[in-house]
Design a protein around this ligand. Sequence first.
Ligand code: ADP
Ligand code: NI
Length: 233
Amino acid sequence: MVKAFALCEGFLFLPMNKTEIIKQTILFVKETLAGAEGGHDWFHIERVWKNALLIAANEPVDLFVVELGALLHDIADAKFHHGDENIAPKKAEKFLTSLKVNPSTIDHVVNIIKNISYKNSLDGKPKFKSLELNVVQDADRLDAIGAIGIARAFNYGGFKNRELYNPNILPTEHLSKQTYKNSTAPTINHFYEKLLLLKDSMNTVSGKKIANKRHQFMELYLEQFFQEWNGKL
Ligand code: ADP
Ligand code: NI
């Protein structure tokens, strides 16, 4: 009886293998993001995860860190949490610690979450750099452009009750994170203020290649948008 209990206890304290940790992480993310805005929901995470695996195939990275970073990168986007940027890294750290993931992996994943954001890159030099961050950041940026990027931008614009386009409000160049965050401009402006700039900020060769293709599609889309806006064709 005592032996069985000890065995059982021993089993409970065995560290989980990586596949099991990824499985648990998927469940955690799905549960946490239930009901999220359509552009920042589980399916965004799933696409970023897939993009990250695709890009990582050509990079000498720790795949486990890349996967965890991709899965947890939007666990509590500050936009939907009163601007609080600490919730996501804290939540991820607590979760990974509960699964007994090794501390250096946790530290790396937390740094990816803290440094992935486009708006944070507007404020000076990055505080943390790694190949794994490069991969996850490219994967996230790819989901912000192309056909999916267009859908996400208009969904977010609708969520925020923004105008589609207003010829009287010109796009502005956001030189700081603060002006970017405070913008309430029409959704079309977001293309000129962020989405069309992303292809030149890609970190990896394979990320750049996919970004160029998606960029061309957005250019085509905008051309058609303005044709229709102006009553042509
Ligand atoms: P990050 O989290 O990388 O700093 P954002 O929060 O600015 O990036 O944007 C994430 C995604 O949310 C964008 O790629 C876009 O789809 C949508 N989004 C954010 N801000 C706007 C906006 N002002 N208009 C339309 N879409 C937006
Ligand atoms: Ni994201």
